[in-house]
Design a protein around this ligand. Sequence first.
Ligand code: ASP
Ligand code: MG
Length: 421
Amino acid sequence: MKVFKFGGASVNSVDRIKNLAAILAQYPNDPLVVIVSAMGKTTNGLEKVVEAFCAGKQEEALGLFDVIKKQHTTTAKYLLVTRFNACLQQLHDFFTEVEWLLHDKPVRDFDYYYDQVVCTGELLSTCIISHFLSESGIANDWTDVRDIIRTDNHFRDAGVMWEETKERVQDVFANRQHPILLTQGFIGCTDDNESTTLGREGSDYTAALFANMLDAESLTIWKDVEGVMSADPKQFPEASLISELNFTEVIEMAFYGAQVIHPKTIKPLQNKAIPLYVKCFLDPALPGTIIHGKHLRNLPPILVIKENQVLVHLNSLDFSFVGDEPMSRLYAIFGEARIKPNLIQTGAISVQVCIDDKGDKTTALAASAAHLFDIQVEKNLELLTIRHYTEDLLHKMTAGKEPVLIQKSRETVQVLYRRGI
Ligand code: ASP
Ligand code: MG
């Protein structure tokens, strides 16, 4: 069996949903698990709903949610004939769930509400797509993935409970009625029946979990680009397609901030040597990129820019060595705040840590390390990473920039610089 994942851009219009159906029609009898994201920018829209709700602006939240309701109802109307009413009924059930919540006053924390509301995006998209596929003669089983993926209650970044989930995945797949099992990426559920999400862009990860647990022959991620590129073409017009990559390289790229594939996606695939194809849904005949576990030589330079970075300067309070005890306490603080350092530079009595600028989280982190270090935060930075760099390329890419920190290893160079310079 194979797993396919379609992201938000591949289902953001009536035509694109028709295109998805045309792709699936080319695999008539293949057992498939199809994982789909929320349509287009729905997740961002739902985030705005939660923000308004948690800020006490109930009317605004309901109004914003209304826009999302209309978008989905209209899409369903354009796509469906015989199954329109059945689909609408199901959509309404999801709408009502959110509206009930929005009519209450917020009493729990933001992350909890975030997950209860934001999970709706994938439920709505898959519901419409499932009905459309059925109407187009592509029989499929729609499943609420919250009945399958069990997670802890780290809302917005939930951890999957592997064994419970695996049992359910295998069970649901074995008992499906049709070759295609269609379900949502990105969302899960706790033992207490509360919805959770796995982190933004988490649908790739869901797809990899299914691939691993079902011993899939491959996972294909359908995107709006030719395949994995050597840089983001929006930032670097000279970016080119890389037709073959390995897991190590992709996990490094994701770690450095490439928006290609969610970083958590690779481990479940690597562990079972399941190849990952990245293909273009706009032109399925293109070869795309294959990613596997084998060793590769002579990879081209790969460029990644991570925006919105801050550099936290931590200086020893009493001139004691940063080395031992304070360092391990510092790591513990990062761990508790669930902040992953992107770059660390240590000196005798100082440490510099580059992290994503997460506003409040950054301030909270600074506060919790204040008893150990004197702290200064430098904002508005960008982190450029070049894998397989040459000195010439490094020179070219940093010309005219004002670096704040540079780190080099044999394979990788990273340059942190002020934005807009
Ligand atoms: N819809 C979610 C997001 O936009 C998950 C995903 O697309 O993978 O982050
Ligand atoms: Mg997406």
